[in-house]
Ligand binder design. Structure first.
Ligand code: NAP
Ligand code: GLV
Length: 309
């Protein structure tokens, strides 16, 4: 019997398990650390698997990341003939649309200022800027970046995006490639980072790139904490180059209690909850991919190891 091993959030694992037993009773489903016979595991669904787990699975056929990112995996430790599939499922997309919209609207309507003003009992209206005059830019025009753009469009924001390869998205000024980064940044009043973490994107939000934003711009980081050089953000906020930041990801996670981000008056933090894989929808996507794999069809969401995403 084919066996699936799940090594991610155990509570959500129980929902995965019941969906698998209802839809695919011919597949054994194990929630780590209970593994069954390791030699029977053909499919691994994992978030931050222990370093030796993959090596203990001699018949592994496909590794599914339980999240959209694959940076939590050591790609070099996964046999070259084992495809790695990132999570592309409607629950993650909907969650990210909600969080990005919430954050853009919060910054657009000066919520960080009003939180500070309420703490000081100050009644001080700030001029409302029309959405059409607010330029919102998204770094990363993949599944999530494009979904976020689609939902922000109807508010009337002036939208632009940046990716590696050229894109044509109606209503969005699209920029592609490292040589266009400065021009893109120069017209982002609100910048959203939705990049995957790779060797090319690590520390991409640094002193140099933050200085390219218009003065007083705001940052939303929902990519990975390692996209951001922390001291560069603090310096940019203290100098007024940036007006605010909303951070869902940081290094390390959880952020230590003494970290300056916690009490910075211009930073709002959330504990990496922008978007979570929803078992109800994700299990169906993985089951579909298992069928595809058994039928020799292409896997949806397979990453390119050379690009790292
Ligand atoms: P995706 O579909 O693979 O899209 C990635 C996008 O980034 C693509 O448009 C890609 O360009 C672009 N990109 C990659 N490297 C680049 C570079 N060096 N220069 C310019 N653009 C580059 O990924 P996704 O599903 O949208 O997810 C994106 C990331 O969001 C994940 O990897 C994860 O880190 C993060 N995430 C965070 C949360 C959270 O809760 N905070 C939840 C889910 C995901 P091309 O289109 O040209 O390939
Ligand atoms: C969460 O961060 C994910 O990559 O899905």
């Amino acid at each position: 019997m084919v066996s699936v091993l799940y090594k991610a959030d155990p509570d959500r694992g129980r929902t995965w398990s019941s969906i698998f037993s209802a839809r695919a009773p011919d597949i054994e489903f194990h929630i780590w650390p209970e593994t069954g016979d390791l030699a029977r595991v053909e499919y691994l669904i994992a978030w931050e698997p222990p370093p030796d787990l993959v090596a203990s699975l001699p018949n592994l056929k496909v590794l599914f990341s339980s999240g959209a990112g694959v940076d939590h995996l050591d790609l070099s430790a996964i046999p070259a003939d084992v495809p790695i599939v990132r999570m592309v499922e409607p629950g993650i997309v909907d969650g990210m649309i909600e969080y990005a919209t919430l954050s853009v609207l919060a910054l657009h309507r000066n919520l960080v200022d009003y939180i500070g003003q309420q703490a000081a009992a100050r009644w001080l209206p700030i001029k409302v800027v029309p959405a059409a005059a607010r330029r919102v830019g998204v770094m990363g025009l993949g599944v999530l970046g494009q979904a976020v753009m689609n939902r922000l469009g109807p508010f009337g924001f002036s939208l632009s995006g940046w990716s590696r390869s050229p894109k044509h998205i109606p209503g969005v000024a699209c920029h592609a490639g490292a040589e266009t980064l400065d021009a893109f940044l120069g017209q982002c009043d609100i910048l959203i980072c939705l990049l995957p973490l790779t060797d090319d994107t690590r520390n991409i939000l640094n002193q140099r790139s933050l200085a390219r934003l218009p003065r007083g711009a705001a940052l939303i980081n929902v990519g990975r904490g390692a996209h951001l050089e922390q001291q560069a953000l603090l310096d940019a906020l203290d100098s007024g180059q940036l007006s605010a930041a909303i951070l869902d990801v940081c290094v390390p996670e959880p952020l230590p209690a003494a970290h300056p981000f916690w009490h910075h008056p211009r930073i709002l933090m959330t504990p990496h909850i922008a978007s979570m894989t929803q078992p109800e929808t994700a299990a169906l996507i993985v089951l579909d991919n298992i069928v595809r794999h058994r039928n020799g069809q292409a896997l949806l969401g397979a990453i390119d190891r050379h690009r790292g995403y």
